[in-house]
Design a binder for this molecule. Structure first.
Ligand code: SF4
Length: 312
């Protein structure tokens, strides 16, 4: 059976060997972040609904688990925002029923004001919400949210979730040069975080080709300064490249296939995914690693919003 919903395990910078479950079609999201690695949002919405039959996803997962491949986490993510899937609660419960592997949900946190969403996430072991701004203006610039979402509502949802959730919360903050890295905004974020019960702060910057080419990363020193500013906010880490342990799941054959394909012609991520039969979220890990080794490079063609890749 070919895999449609499950991908990996992939080397994850924050989670080790992560088996991904994609529960959202490409690319449905409540945000259209300027740094998104998946391209521009095609359906910007806060309407939750069923996208796939949970049993189809569970069948695929069962088949994977029978192979006894080592994974550290089962991660609900998607080619968009996973909490838009109204079956997420049922799926988490069922995964917990058939496996002891800890479950993680990666979310932009924009729907946590909805008590149904908070309830449905309750059985996850770790939830990784993101928060890139606390000022309305910065929120609009970086996350380009659905018109129904305003920053106070989103932040209040995050606060309520942090009070009720029994598992671990890792708060991810993505910094984009000149957008949300002012001292003023960072101090406001620090103040807000004091109100949250979170286990870890994960600082990130634009390391993968963003959908808006003007979204630039902060350098190592700038990220270090921000980390310093959060030093009294609890456990803080900067998400860097894969650790040595994680590299054990890095598949050299996939790397070769990617290079061979790009030697024939430049491709977009989506095209490569179809051509190689590898999920986009998994492929992105390889593209990032190959770019960091200067083997391939990404570029934008004027009439296209998507990044192309080619070998150097
Ligand atoms: S980065 Fe995440 S939240 Fe932002 S647009 Fe992409 S999928 Fe949505």
């Amino acid at each position: 059976m070919s895999k449609r919903y499950i991908y990996g395990p992939v080397p994850s910078r924050r989670l080790g060997r992560s088996l991904g479950i994609d529960i959202i079609p490409h690319k449905i999201c409540s945000y259209d972040c300027i740094y998104c690695q998946l391209g521009n949002t095609m359906d910007k919405t806060i309407n939750r609904k069923t996208f796939y039959k949970p049993s189809l996803i569970l069948d695929e997962l069962n088949e994977f688990l029978e192979q006894n491949i080592e994974v550290d986490f089962i991660t609900f993510s998607g080619s968009g925002e996973p909490t838009l899937n109204s079956d997420i609660g049922e799926m988490i419960s069922q995964v917990k029923f058939i496996s002891d592997i800890p479950t993680v949900v990666l979310t932009n946190g924009s729907l946590l004001w909805d008590e149904n969403v908070r309830y449905e996430l309750k059985e996850a072991d770790i939830v990784v919400p993101s928060m890139d701004a606390v000022s309305g203006e910065v929120f609009e610039m970086i996350n380009r949210p659905c018109k129904e979402l305003e920053i106070l509502k989103v932040l209040d949802g995050l606060r309520k979730f942090s009070e009720s959730f029994q598992g671990k919360i890792y708060l991810e903050m993505m910094f984009v040069k000149g957008i949300n890295d002012s001292e003023y905004e960072i101090n406001k974020m620090r103040e807000f975080i004091q109100k949250l019960r979170i286990d870890k702060i994960q600082l990130n910057t634009v390391v993968r080709p963003p959908c808006e080419k003007d979204s630039k990363p902060l350098n190592k020193e700038e990220m270090g300064n921000i980390k310093e500013m959060f030093r009294d906010s609890g456990s803080v880490e900067t998400i860097a490249h894969f650790s040595a342990k994680i590299k054990t799941v890095y598949n050299i054959d996939v790397e070769k296939e990617v290079i061979n394909l790009l030697k024939r012609r430049p491709c977009k991520l989506k095209e490569m995914s179809v051509s190689l039969g590898i999920h986009t979220n998994e492929l992105i890990k390889y593209m990032t690693e190959l770019e960091s080794k200067n083997i391939i490079k990404s570029y934008v063609v004027d009439d296209s919003k998507d990044n192309y890749y080619k070998v150097f």
